[in-house]
Every structure is written in C-alpha cells, then in structure tokens.
Design a binder for this molecule. Structure first.
Ligand code: MRU
Length: 344
C-alpha cells in the first residue's frame, strides 16, 4: 500500500475517508484537487501532509515547465499560497513548502525546465527521507517496548500517515516484527475515527494483536488491562517539548502520569518547530461542527447546538517521558535534548 505516489505528471493517493470499507485511489494532475484532499483528510497525518504538499507544488507548476521563468515563478507562488492554507497545525506542511522554496532560491539557472527538475528531485527526496526516518524511529522506539507489553495508541500514526511504516505505529509494528508479544489497544479517536477506521485496518493487515476501545474507555482500559505504555505521533513539537497531536492525546498523557506508565511521542525532526518556545503558540485547527454532530451520516445532537471542534490539543512537556526521533530518543529536559537533535 502506498499512501501517495508521484507518477511523473500526476499524483496517485489513497482516499483515506473511504477506509476501511474500500481502497479507492485517486489520480490527479490538478493541485486544487490535492489541496482539497488535504483539507478533507483524504490524505492526512503530519508527515504525509508534508509529502503531499511537496508533490502539490509539482502539480501546480508542471504545465509551466516550458514557459518563461516569470510565468513559472508566478504559478509557483500561486501554488504555495493555495497549499499553505490547507491545514494550520502540522509543522511538516510548512517545513516541506520551505524546502521547495529553498530549491527555487538556490537554483542559479533561470530556466523553468531546470527549476522543475530540481523541485521534482526535492519532492522525491522529502518522500524518501520520510520513509527512512520512519524505519529509524521504529528501531529506536522498539527498544522501549518490553516483550509482552500492552500498548495504548491514539489516532493514526502509521503507514497511512507517512511515507513509510509510520511513527508511533511504526514503533509498534517494528516491535511486533522483532518477535515481541505485544497487544495494542486503539482509541477510536472521535470525531473522525482515525483509530477505528485506519489504525485498526493497518494493525489487522499487519497481523498485530489489537483491540478497539472508545475514547472514553481509556482510563478504565489502562487500569483494568494493565497498559504498560502509551505511544502517539505528533503534528508539531516546539522547543520546550510541548507537543500538538490529535485531540484526546492530552487526556492520555494525564492518565499516563496518574497511572505511572510511560507516555511516548514518536515523530521525525521535520515535525519540530524550534521557532516556537511554548505550546501556547501553536495554532490549533478547529474543524466543522458537522464532523462532530453529523459525522457518519446520522445527526447525533439537536439542530444548531454550539460545538467546539478542536482537531488537536497540546500536551505539556512535563507529561512526556521521551520523544522518539529518527536521530535518537530525546529525554527531558527537552529544551536541551531538542536543541542538540534539531538545532535552533
Ligand atoms: O487530523 P489528522 O488525521 O491529520 O491527525 C493526525 C494525527 O494527529 C497524527 O497523530 C499525527 O499527524 C502524526 S502522523 C505520523
């Protein structure tokens, strides 16, 4: 399964809103369709959003390959403006677009064909690097998973969310592949059910023993099933270690502290934002009330009620045991370990 693929003049991506019922792939050469797919979570998960944005840049400029440099650059700017507004929280989106911008800045040849070739090479590199980073995160993270561990995870931080095996879920599947007898409890992840629809689909396909729980069962599951550790992904990690991830992550971190079990974040360094010092500075996406009260076809609240539909929350650093990156496992004090791993 490839969550996204560049086919030379178009992209092909798996429509994640159709899972787990059908595996529908969409092919498009139109950047507006890809931008809409990011907004509507057909493609989702911080690293995959970054990869998709990089390919989106290619879609936006590819018909200007033979045009003047001026026309090419104008299409480039329009495309960036479209993509940068798709989703606000995942750092990987802005990181990938910045990398694409640097390519244009650093290309000395004033020729649209050369610019396109360099941008294409960069987008492919962003994708490939993410695949490699996932493997490394998987290896480091698996060392933290004891044999026989019962693990709780939230949302989907797997192959569907990245260019490789995933981050948090990559740790889990790597531990399983190493022969560790693990069992994974998966939060359903209201309102869009990334845990139920996507993580359970991935774990079932990988043959990892797993059990689905409703989000409000987490405390009781940790206690009654004797969960050993919690591991989740991230959308943005700031200098002090405060971490934005899918709404409901903070709840789990508080529960982990109360039950004295480790709470791990797994993320590539492309998710770190060292321009921010504190989690309060992170922009948290709020989504349509419809996703909460008319989620999967049936209205579940009275008409016109007020809804607070934050898509992410921020877990303060003091709830995080360690952050697993592709470079190493970062421990508190995060101000220091993050600076060493990612720079300023
Ligand atoms: O709204 P989503 O589905 O894009 O949210 C995804 C998450 O919160 C993931 O945990 C995070 O992006 C890490 S994916 C490796």
């Amino acid at each position: 399964m490839k969550s996204i693929e560049w086919l030379g003049d178009k992209v092909r991506f798996l429509d994640q809103t159709q899972l787990p019922l059908t595996e529908v792939y969409i092919e498009t050469s139109d950047v507006r369709i890809l931008a809409e797919a990011i907004i509507s979570l057909k493609v989702r998960g911080a690293p995959l959003i970054g990869i998709s944005a990089a390919y989106g840049v290619l879609l936006g400029v590819h018909q200007y390959k033979s045009s003047s440099e001026k026309e090419f650059l104008s299409a480039f700017d329009t495309t960036l403006n479209l993509l940068v507004r798709t989703r606000p929280t995942a750092k990987n989106l802005f990181w990938a677009l910045e990398r694409m911008k640097s390519v244009v800045r650093l290309t000395s040849e004033h020729d649209a064909t050369v610019l396109f070739e360099n941008l294409e090479a960069e987008a492919k590199a962003i994708h490939e690097e993410d695949r490699v980073m996932c493997n490394s995160i998987g290896q480091y993270g698996a060392s933290l998973v004891p044999d026989g561990a019962k693990i709780l995870t939230h949302c989907n931080a797997g192959a569907l969310a990245t260019g490789g095996i995933g981050t948090a879920l990559g740790v889990i599947t790597t531990a399983h592949a190493l022969g560790k007898e693990i069992h994974v409890y998966v939060d359903e992840t209201r309102p869009l059910l990334q845990g139920a629809r996507l993580t359970m689909w991935e774990l079932k396909n990988a043959g990892v023993p797993s059990t689905l729980i409703t989000d409000n069962s987490a405390a009781w599951t940790i206690k009654s099933k004797k969960i050993d550790l919690i591991i989740v992904g991230a959308d943005r990690i700031v200098s002090n270690g405060d971490t934005a991830n899918k709404i409901g992550t903070y709840n789990l971190a508080v529960l982990a502290k109360e039950h004295k079990i480790p709470f791990y974040i797994a993320a590539p360094t492309s998710t770190f934002d060292t321009s921010l010092n504190h989690g309060d500075e992170i922009i948290i996406e709020e989504r349509s009330a419809d996703e909460v009260i008319r989620g999967f076809g049936k209205q579940t609240a009275p008409q016109n009620v007020k809804v607070f539909a934050a898509a992410f929350d921020v877990t303060p650093n003091n709830f995080i045991t360690a952050i697993i990156t592709e470079k190493r496992i970062l421990r508190p004090p995060f101000e220091i370990s993050i600076k060493r791993a990612v720079g300023v």
